[in-house]
Design a protein around this ligand. Sequence first.
Ligand code: 5BU
Length: 273
Amino acid sequence: SILKQTYSQRAENHRNPAAKALLETIERKRSNLCVSVDVTKKADFLRIIDIVGPYICLVKTHVDIIEDFDFSVIENLKDLSVKHDFQIFEDRKFADIGNTVALQYASGVYKIASWSHITNAHPVPGPSVITGLLSVGLPLGRGLLLLSEMSTKGSLATGSYTEEAVRMARSNRDFVVGFIAQRRMDNIGVAEGASDEDFLILTPGVGMDVKGDSMGQQYRTPREVVLESGCDVIIVGRGIYGKGNGANPEAVREQAERYRAEGWKAYEERIGS
Ligand code: 5BU
């Protein structure tokens, strides 16, 4: 079963270059930690990434919240990704008709497809959202995650919606490399243990010190996410950079190290090493 395979074994199962590169990075750095850097000033954004860089496999961005954005942010982010050896995931959550998402992905101020190895989409428009994005992303070797579940209280992405998302992914395996979800999706719609599919499961809503925030976010620990729910990458934001936008560099570094260690320990326990 996928749950018992190492990240490097799984890298060989994936033909999509972004999925393969992510799995190889995870193995090389012994880190299944993705840091989500949700701050509004470019200096804070780049400073936090430079601090957490050694401990992560992936940086997750919301570039549209940076108030003083200009394209130097992207150039600096790319330099940091080489310096520290991590991949980039713009959490854009595309959710429109194919033609529009293709334009949003390729064009505008951010030109996401030109720098983000992985991005994501809501399945709500149906398969055409994938068709639109892959017309831009596939020639560039990019990968897509579908949002089949969310971490928030009262999420509508459950039941048959989640199942249909998995079906949409199965029909587009060259571009859809996995899911944003709270548990494994490979066995949905097939008998328990019958699937040898390998989808990447990236999971937000991870925190060790609090259970949630005042706006519906819900947190689980790396152990619950990786060991008990079988997810592959933990996504941590405020748990690492804290309330002060990462003003205390040593505290940020310590939290990144702590989450990396916890995520990796849970993985080692899962594969039984
Ligand atoms: P936090 O600070 O660890 O709560 O940040 C979580 C990040 O993950 C934030 O950027 C959200 O936009 C993102 N997220 C999420 O929290 N839950 C979800 O279901 C999805 C994305 Br999809």
